[in-house]
Design a protein around this ligand. Structure first.
Ligand SMILES: Nc1ncnc2c1ncn2[C@@H]1O[C@H](COP(=O)(O)OP(=O)(O)O)[C@@H](O)[C@H]1O
Ligand SMILES: [Mg+2]
Length: 247
C-alpha cells in the first residue's frame, strides 16, 4: 500500500531532517514508529501527507504503486491518506458533524461520486458515533472550540472512521495525553482496522501499544529507521530507552 524508498527531506531552505527512510506498509498491517524527540517522526508523517513546509530532496513515496511526491495534500487525502489532526483550526459556527459532512462529500466528489444523501449521511454518522461511544451533543459542538485533549482525540478518530481512509497516520505528538485519551485512540484504531486498510501510528507512548497490537515497531532516530522489530521491541524500548540503539 505504502512504499517509501530512500526518502530524504528537509525543511524548506533548512536542515535535512529525513536521511534515507525505507518503509513498506501492506494492507492489514499496523506499524508503530517510536523514537526520541526531534528524531523526525512528525516530519515523516507530514511528508507522507504532503505538507508544504518540507521539501523531498531524494527518494520516492509510492501509494498503491503510484509516486505521490508531486501530489498536493488534498489529492493525497482524496486517494485515501488520512493524517490525524491535519485540520486543528477552530471553526466557530461549524459543528463537528457539518465539518465531516463537507469533508466527506468533497472526498466523494474528487473520486467521481455523488454527494451522500442526507439520510445515508445521518445513518453513517449514527453508526460510527455509536461505535465510538460519541454522544450527540459532542457532534453539534463547534469544531475544536475549547476541546479538551480527549475531545480532540475523539474528533480525530471520528473523522478517521467517517472518511474511512486506506492509510491512517496518527501522530501522537501531544505529551499531555491521559489514559482516557489513549483509550479513545486505541479503541478507535481497533474499530477502524481491517484487512483492507493500514495504520501508521507514531507515538512515544509505549503504553498505547498495550492496547493496539502493532505488526511492526520501528525506531526512528536522526532521520533514519535504525531498528525494526515486533511488539516486543516496544517493551524493550520501554525498559531500556533509546540510548543502547544510538551508539
Ligand atoms: N517546520 C519546521 N521548522 C523548523 N524546524 C523543524 C520544522 N519541523 C521540524 N523541525 C526540526 O526537525 C527535527 C525533527 O522534528 P520532528 O519531526 O518534529 O521530530 P519528532 O516528531 O520525532 O519529535 C527537529 O530538530 C525539529 O526542530
Ligand atoms: Mg513529533
Amino acid at each position: 500500500m505504502l512504499e517509501i524508498k530512500n526518502l530524504y527531506a528537509r525543511i524548506e531552505d533548512g536542515a535535512q531532517i529525513l536521511k534515507g527512510i525505507n518503509l513498506e506498509i501492506k494492507p492489514g498491517e499496523v506499524h508503530a514508529i517510536m523514537g526520541p524527540n526531534g528524531a523526525g517522526k512528525s516530519t515523516l508523517s507530514s511528508v507522507i501527507a504532503g505538507k508544504e513546509d518540507y521539501e523531498v530532496t531524494e527518494g520516492e513515496i509510492l501509494f498503491q504503486g503510484e509516486n505521490i511526491i508531486e501530489d498536493a495534500p488534498e489529492e493525497r487525502a482524496h486517494k485515501g491518506i488520512f493524517l490525524s489532526f491535519q485540520y486543528p483550526v477552530e471553526i466557530p459556527g461549524v459543528s463537528v458533524t457539518n465539518f465531516i459532512k463537507a469533508a466527506l462529500n468533497e472526498n466523494r466528489k474528487a473520486n467521481g461520486l455523488d454527494e451522500m444523501s442526507a439520510k445515508d449521511m445521518l445513518g453513517m454518522i449514527r453508526e460510527k458515533s455509536e461505535k465510538l461511544g460519541i454522544k450527540k451533543d459532542f457532534l453539534s459542538r463547534s469544531l475544536n472550540e475549547g476541546f479538551s485533549g480527549g475531545e480532540k482525540k475523539r474528533n480525530e478518530i471520528f473523522q478517521m472512521m467517517m472518511l474511512n481512509p486506506k492509510l491512517a497516520i496518527l501522530d501522537e505528538t501531544d505529551s499531555g495525553l491521559d489514559i482516557d485519551a489513549l483509550r479513545i485512540v486505541a479503541d478507535g484504531v481497533n474499530t477502524f482496522k481491517n484487512e483492507g486498510n493500514a495504520v501508521l501510528l507514531i507515538t512515544h507512548y509505549q503504553r498505547l501499544l498495550n492496547y493496539i497490537q502493532p505488526d511492526f515497531v520501528h525506531v526512528l532516530a536522526n532521520g533514519r529507521i535504525i531498528k525494526t522489530g515486533d511488539k516486543s521491541l516496544a517493551l524493550e524500548l520501554e525498559e531500556k530507552g533509546y540510548d543502547w540503539l544510538l551508539n
